[in-house]
Structure formats: structure tokens, C-alpha cells
Write a protein that binds this ligand. Structure first.
Ligand code: FRU
Length: 486
């Protein structure tokens, strides 16, 4: 294959970013979450440890802060927290990926780094992405930075299949490669397919590991991996499922379930449940670390919910990497232990100062902050208590609905998400605030809530309305800002 057009388009994107990244408005720019130097990002792609370091790629439109023909951006790290921006890895250049190099994954093989991604070609007028030809394609790099395209490796068996994307690759202990990806079959039902290969070039359909459930017409970005106790976890981003109670309130939902896998069929032993209960969390991708941990991260935005205004010249960030553990039939996610290296200072607030009665108290105005505290709902009389960030966020325990609620108050983005909590148990919160985002880890990651906000007042306060509340063991950390000036 002639690589020159691809190289030309990658160089063009790199030059554009270099020439324009100083124009980015940093007002809402993350201090320690990975975001683009310029332009738009969505899904994390190609998350792996390869050639001696961690790599994260992402869906990337380098020319504007809006979704456009997808490139793959790239960053590397040795500790999952301090990232270095790398050159653009992929640009749409061939007929089969002319409208975008869509999501996919990466794997090291024979000392080289391979990317398997979806080539997206719109079949009707440009801009209507619903009628497209999608194929899985391969690219390879020997230095982990410059990639050569190797062409199409999996095609749909019928031209009537338009959703056929987001391959996630792994290698089993026999050396056989597997991918799973999502498709909409000819009956308009979502399914997740599994293919295998001995050389990454030639693939064979082995099975459909998930069929449509609750009207999901497509499963975007599936991920499938083994955890302890021989359990397997299927993580998916189903499209088309209706909200149920406090669940699935987002336009697209990230969910996972555990079960057993015999090489062909996945037999779930749990229902699909939501990975995160905030507004902005989608398209998870996981990898395993050299020391055997399973780490997941996600795009910290949501289709069809408000985005940062494109006049800022950047949009989108990735969540903190989270370690997954499987305990008592439940998947926990906690910030990776390396996140502690961000802490610059630690401040313990004593009990007298962390017990509030119908009042509001400023805690910090640092836009890069970690907070920890516990509370026992049945010991507190306040109607509502929690933290406020400027006029943008209220994260509170609500006595009437018995929920932990994350309320975004920004004009044009006003909306809340809520999570029912046990009333007679102590709960622990670990909260990361980063200029325009909040990530909340509840009870050591039993649940999480992740949302963006748009206001510019970062003052973090505690409050209790109409009654008393105790924020036990309250600790405030000022965090480093490694990515702000990158
Ligand atoms: C999920 C998704 C993927 C697709 C990519 C395109 O957010 O729609 O299915 O590959 O984004 O950018």
C-alpha cells in the first residue's frame, strides 16, 4: 500500500496543531486529565502497555473543537497519570477509511505495535453517518509513534450492515488473537461478535457473544476481559435503551455485566448495570498493566448532552484511569494508586469545622482538588448536605429521596443524576475536581459519578440545609497541574 498520502495527512494535522495550540482558551481546560492540545476528542482507543510504556490513543478531530473526520491522537506515559502528547497516529487517507478512522484498540506483537480500528466510509451525503460502510483495518508501528496502514482485515458479510465497528483485541494464553466488536444485524438488532486470528491479518467469525437486550440496536465500544475467579466482564455502550428509574438517564449508557466464557459463548450471571451514574462518561476501554491490574478509562463527555463551546478550540477529555476489582459479584473502580502522586499538600479538617448546621462554608478555591470524607445518613438531620462548586455543581445527600445527587446548575446544562444509597450505613466519598469536571468515587469505587460543568467559579464549599450534617474525616488535597501547560 502507498503510505505517502497517509503520511502527508498526518504531517498536515501535526503542523496545524503546532501552529494553533496557543489559541486554546484554558479557562475550563483540565489540569490533570488528558485533553487535546487543540480540537476535539471522544473515545479512548488503543489503551495498552507496549514497547515499555503506556499508550493511549483517542478519537480526534485536530482542526476544530467539534466532531469531524476522525483521526487518532496519541499520548504516552510511564505512570498512567503524567502523559506526554505524541504525534497524530492515524488520519483518514484511504477509500475504506475516508470519512474517519473510528474507534479500536492496540496490541504489541513481535516487538511492534498494532492498531486495529474501524474504517468508516459514508455511503450517502457527507455528514449522514448512519448509512456507512464500516470495516476493521490494521496499522503497525515499529517505533510506537509512526504508523503504516496495512489495509482492511474484516468486512461485513452483507452490504446492508451499516454499524460494524469498534474492535477490541486481546491475545489468549495459546497465542490466538481475539477481537470483539459491535454490529447491527439485518434484523436491526444489536449484537457483539467475536472473531479470531493467528496473525492479526486473517480473521474468522467465531460467535456472537451478546444478542440484543432491551432494544439495544447497537453496542458501541465493547470490551471483554477476564477478572479474578475465572469471571469475564463484558463492558458495552448500548444504543437505544430507555431510562429505568434512576438508571440509564443519559442518551447513551455505559454498562457492564459479569459471567462465564467458554471461548465461544458468554453466559452472564448479572444483569447489565451502569458503570457510572453521572452525566459524562462513555465508551470505556481497559487494559492490563505489567503488574497484573485491570485499568479502565472513558471519554468524559456524553453524546447529545451539552459540550464546551467550540470557541475554546478544545473539547473533550478522558477520565482518570481507574483500577477494576471484582468482589462479591460486583465490579469496583477506584482511581489508580499512581493518582496519589498528584497530591501536593494535605489538609485535615477537624470535627468542629466539619460539622455544619444550616450553613455554607468555603473549603478551597483551588481548581485542582481531591476531597475525602464519610457520612452516615441516619445520623444527620439536614434536608440536604454536601459540596458546592461555585454556581455550577451541588453534590448532596438528599433526605427526602434517600439519594446521593449530582446536580449541574449551569445555565443551558441544568440537569441532575441520582443514586439511591443505604440510609443506615456509613458511606465514603473520594472526589476529584479538575477545573471543569468532577469524578466521585463512592464506597471505594462501588459506584462512581462523573460530570462536567461550565462555570468559572471553582470555589468548593460544604453546606447543610435545614439541619445538621457531619463530614467525617474530611481531608483536602491540592493537586499538581501537569497537563495544564502541555
Ligand atoms: C462512540 C463512537 C464509536 C465510533 C466513534 C466515532 O462514541 O460512536 O462507536 O467508533 O465514536 O468517533
Amino acid at each position: 500500500m502507498d503510505q505517502s498520502r497517509h503520511q502527508e495527512l498526518v504531517a498536515k494535522a501535526n503542523q496545524f496543531i503546532e501552529a494553533h495550540h496557543n489559541e486554546v482558551n484554558k479557562q475550563s481546560y483540565p489540569h490533570y486529565h488528558l485533553a487535546p492540545r487543540y480540537g476535539w476528542i471522544n473515545d479512548p482507543n488503543g489503551f495498552c502497555y507496549a514497547l515499555g510504556k503506556y499508550h493511549i490513543f483517542y478519537q480526534f478531530y485536530p482542526y476544530d473543537a467539534k466532531w469531524g473526520p476522525m483521526h487518532w491522537g496519541h499520548a504516552t506515559s510511564t505512570d498512567l497519570i503524567h502523559w506526554q502528547h505524541e504525534l497524530v497516529a492515524l488520519a483518514p487517507s484511504e477509500d475504506y477509511d475516508r470519512d474517519g478512522c473510528f474507534s479500536g484498540s492496540a496490541i504489541e506483537h513481535d516487538g511492534k505495535l498494532y492498531l486495529i480500528y474501524t474504517g468508516h466510509k459514508v455511503l450517502v451525503e457527507a455528514g449522514d453517518d448512519s448509512i456507512a460502510r464500516e470495516v476493521q483495518a490494521l496499522a503497525v508501528s515499529t517505533d510506537g509513534v509512526h504508523f503504516e496502514k496495512l489495509g482492511v482485515v474484516i468486512e461485513p458479510e452483507d452490504e446492508g450492515i451499516h454499524n460494524f465497528r469498534d474492535p477490541k483485541v486481546w491475545k489468549d494464553e495459546t497465542g490466538l488473537f481475539h477481537v470483539v466488536f459491535g454490529a447491527t444485524n439485518l434484523k436491526h438488532e444489536g449484537e457483539i461478535r467475536q472473531y479470531t486470528s493467528h496473525d492479526l491479518m486473517h480473521w474468522e467469525l467465531v460467535s456472537v457473544i451478546k444478542e440484543m437486550e432491551d432494544n439495544a440496536f447497537m453496542y458501541e465500544c465493547p470490551d471483554f476481559f477476564e477478572v479474578n475467579d475465572h469471571k469475564w466482564v463484558l463492558a458495552t455502550s448500548p444504543m437505544g435503551q430507555a431510562p429505568v428509574g434512576y438508571n440509564r438517564q443519559n442518551p447513551s449508557v455505559n454498562s457492564w455485566q459479569s459471567g462465564s466464557f467458554d471461548g465461544k459463548s458468554f453466559t452472564p450471571d448479572t444483569k447489565l448495570y451502569e458503570v457510572d451514574h453521572g452525566h459524562d462518561f462513555y465508551a470505556t476501554q481497559s487494559t492490563s498493566t505489567p503488574d497484573g491490574r485491570r485499568i479502565v478509562l472513558a471519554w468524559m463527555n456524553m453524546w447529545k448532552l451539552p459540550f464546551l463551546n467550540y470557541s475554546h478550540h478544545w473539547c473533550g477529555a478522558l477520565t482518570l484511569p481507574r483500577e477494576i476489582t471484582y468482589k462479591n459479584g460486583h465490579l469496583y473502580q477506584a482511581p489508580v494508586k499512581e493518582a496519589q502522586s498528584l497530591r501536593l499538600s494535605e489538609h485535615h479538617v477537624d470535627a468542629a469545622d466539619s460539622t455544619l448546621k444550616s450553613t455554607f462554608k468555603t473549603l478551597t478555591s483551588n481548581a485542582a482538588t481531591e476531597l475525602q470524607f464519610s457520612f452516615k445518613p441516619d445520623e444527620n438531620s439536614a434536608e440536604q448536605y454536601g459540596i458546592a462548586i461555585g454556581n455550577s455543581i451541588r453534590l448532596f445527600v438528599d433526605r427526602q429521596t434517600k439519594t446521593l445527587t449530582l446536580f449541574r446548575l449551569d445555565l443551558n446544562a441544568t440537569s441532575y443524576r441520582a443514586l439511591p444509597i443505604a440510609w443506615d450505613q456509613e458511606h465514603k466519598l473520594q472526589i476529584f475536581i479538575d477545573n471543569s469536571s468532577i469524578e466521585v468515587f463512592i464506597d471505594d469505587g462501588h459506584d462512581t459519578m462523573t460530570s462536567n460543568f461550565f462555570g468559572t467559579d471553582h470555589t468548593v464549599s460544604l453546606y447543610a440545609t435545614n439541619g445538621q450534617a457531619e463530614f467525617k474525616g474530611l481531608t483536602v488535597y491540592d493537586l499538581e497541574r501537569p497537563l495544564f501547560g502541555a
